[in-house]
Design a protein around this ligand. Sequence first.
Ligand code: PEP
Length: 253
Amino acid sequence: MARKKLIAGNWKMNGLTADGTALAKGIAAEVKALGKPQCEFLVCPPFTLLAAVKKALRGARVALGAQDCHFDAKGAHTGDVSPLMLTDLGCAYVILGHSERRADHGESNELVCKKAEAAHQAGLKTVICIGETLEQRDAGQTIDVCSKQILGSVPETATAADTVIAYEPVWAIGTGKTPTAQDVEDVHAAVRKVLAKKLGRANANKMRILYGGSVKPSNAKEFLSLPDVDGALIGGASLKVEDFMAIAKNSGC
Ligand code: PEP
């Protein structure tokens, strides 16, 4: 089953207008230079940079995404941003359930699922994040935790066309530590099995499962050549054009 790899950058809470614009322009130029890239590209800047980055990406095959959304289309939710506001700005994707949101904002599987349903209804594709903490890993609970997150966070109606899963072990995010390639393949294969039970085999076989957690140019090939790894969600290394593009190139894009 051929799944087009997705190389996605999560800029988190980084960048002011000048550097966000420069980063987006740099990525756009490099992706244009690839001609017809073998992979799909996505950048997810903070809300404040979405409009400027959209402009900077003009003409490049790089999709725009946000890092969160509310489940309501509008209303009394101070500080929140709705899925429709994101599509209005030109977003195609939204990241949901990142471990930093689960930890910092107490987001539950149920809430992530509700947000994902609303995002899909508004026409957004979702990147739904899952992953175990170090404590859970040490207790041998990785597959169990990830399976529960999939069952609770992914809508019943999700399809391969509107949903991407990102497996990000919490202890590997921003730490420079990574699981072994075999560990990653084992989790991705297990996640695909759970997806098959929940959404049907056809959907599960087509759905992309990204790996995230300290991906850099030197380890990209090892992870992205695994059979069940369909791309990467990249934090720190997505803030430098050379690193982001080296990850893509080393992954065969
Ligand atoms: C992330 O937060 O999505 C992430 C994978 O970060 P990093 O690449 O910096 O580990």
